[in-house]
Design a protein around this ligand. Sequence first.
Ligand code: MG
Length: 242
Amino acid sequence: MSTFTIETAGVTDTGNVRPSNEDHYLAGGDLFAVADGMGGLGNGERASRLAIETLQEAFAEQPTALGLVEAVARANTAVDEAAAAESGPDDRPWGTTLAAVARVGSGDEDRLVVVNVGDSRVYLFRDGVLTRLSSDHSRVADLVRAGEISEAEAAEHPERHVLTLALGVGASVAPSVNHVRPQAGDRLLLCSDGLFNEVPSGEIAAALGSDGRPGDVADRLVAQAKANGGGDNVTVVVADVG
Ligand code: MG
């Protein structure tokens, strides 16, 4: 018997500035994810969609922690091969971030596994405290880890969009992996950088602490990102543990 329930909802929006939406998300089941594509000319949109579709297909075949990591590898290969087969000579490289959470195990062993590549994030909101479960793979995250700039400076840094790892740009990829033993009342947030580059973490925490179903909270966060500028595509998945 499962030890917890999960209710998820996702919202994606082009934002106020970008001509198209290159983000995709997956919600509604025991696997949920956000992907933020790059490449332009529709290629970023194809990359993020293909990554999510491949992840879902591969994880369904092997719904374990190892299976999730291998599903990320399959998603990488799928995007890499599609880019090689379909890119025009002048196209920019295709790529996409991917942040995903899956329920694995059975009964008392149930837990959530978190994987990410790039700078889409996974947060846990528990007992009023917001913690990040994912690790950004980006130039500014390296600078923060090295103590050269603060989190606040990273959010304003001119190179904040430069990734050090993405799906579809190399033959292999090693995602960051984390595990969490969920508790009733936990709320998880998956989001693309269009959220956290616009909405400070205090405001994110306040929205996650508000009443409402996951869909209401997701709507609130996306509206806040757009009210604060909406400079990028913004995608949010909210998952409530009961
Ligand atoms: Mg983005």
